[in-house]
Design a protein around this ligand. Sequence first.
Ligand SMILES: *Cc1c(COP(=O)(O)O)cnc(C)c1O
Length: 392
Amino acid sequence: MGVRESDKFATKAIHAGAHVDVHGSVIEPISLSTTFRQSAPAQPIGTYEYSRSQNPNRENLEVAIASLENGKYGLAFSSGSATTAVILQSLPQGSHAISIGDVYGGTHRYFTKVANAHGVETSFTNDLLNDLPKLVKENTKLVWIESPTNPTLKITDIEAVSQKVKSLNKDILLVVDNTFLSPYLSNPLNFGADIVVHSATKYINGHSDVVLGVLATNNKDIYERLQFLQNAIGAIPSPFDAWLTHRGLRTLHLRVRQASLSAQKIAEFLQNNENVEAVNYPGLPTHKDYDVVKKQHREALGGGMISFRIKGGAEAAAKFSSSTRLFALAESLGGVESLLEVPAVMTHGGIPKEAREASGVYDNLVRLSVGIEDGDDLLEDVKQALEKSAAK
Ligand SMILES: *Cc1c(COP(=O)(O)O)cnc(C)c1O
């Protein structure tokens, strides 16, 4: 039972956090009990006392996440947003943070509308690597990266940022939101991140039926502080959600590989199509940061997310998104089923046009989350929808 550090990803995905019980159940039971018996006052029979503090299903998931991210410690929360909130809540009052500019909308909202209430101020930049030295202040405590970004799929060289942060010798935490790639494609802790976070709602659970967040770290002090806050704040996942996420995670490698391979084919098709103005996809050698992709992603795989600008403006984007047969028009990503959306009027609709366009989110941008249906069927679907919708 259990995994070795030398085991490969797929072995860890299946066996890490494996449960052992008196019945020899191959699959762990769902442990709904909120409280656990003690043999004498303050002497729990096992390791559990109360389910907010720790629960067998959550613990098994946390062990699995740590293993897949090459971290020593893992923690699970009630959502990706709760994970972000707990990390930002751990900063001392009056801290300063630096974040990439086109960070996930909910993270941006937390930085600017919630964390600021306890005096945490954030600087945003679209060129983190170069701007870092001039943005750092006396009270800078955290640097936040998302790579690739949403929806324009810009890549950040995590190792280069980490080296710069460490050279400042200032005890600044480097956090990477790895939601878009999943631990199968990249492990930010290997490149010097202190904490890696995920909305497990996306690829890790992978079946669009759980909202949950996780983080992993190698630093015991960080882990203990965040575990304390996990219990103190109580934004924890239910045992059933932890169990479902752990089940989803066991096929992560198969799902993400297949989604990437299909996305690669679709991106190559779009890149050569006369009805498409531009394609953002990290797996294309023409991507601006393909050198970083080769270093940072498993086998230079580009992941399951693509965005592209269709000819014919907002009208063509709207037509395209209602002309697909298999890609469903919906927000979110990372599930087994393919989805698409128009960020300018959906996920990024709240951002003023000028700021939106400055980060590449034009009215004619379409975002695809490529699922694991047959790749040729998906390509065919994109082809027929383009023919119906693009302005010639
Ligand atoms: C969805 C998402 C989040 C937020 O996660 P929830 O589980 O929806 O709270 C954070 N970061 C990224 C990149 C996301 O895609």
